[in-house]
Design a protein around this ligand. Structure first.
Ligand SMILES: [Zn+2]
Length: 63
């Protein structure tokens, strides 16, 4: 799964709905539930969630 602009937007909006920064597992769940929920945490969603978590962590650090 690639991080398409549309996917990134959907995730960004959903992530902003959290009062605090979501955990990676929560991000994985968000991505997996976008279309058909994956069985368990699939690798593509985990990889994407890792990237998103890094982006948000970087943003929080003021980069
Ligand atoms: Zn998935």
């Amino acid at each position: 799964m690639t991080l398409k602009p549309q996917t990134a937007l959907v995730v960004a909006v959903a992530v902003r709905a959290f009062a605090v920064q979501p955990t990676r597992d929560e991000v994985v769940r968000l991505i997996c539930n976008q279309k058909a929920p994956c069985e368990g945490f699939c690798y593509p969603c985990i990889a994407l969630a890792n990237r998103i978590s890094q982006l948000y962590a970087g943003e929080r650090d003021g980069r």
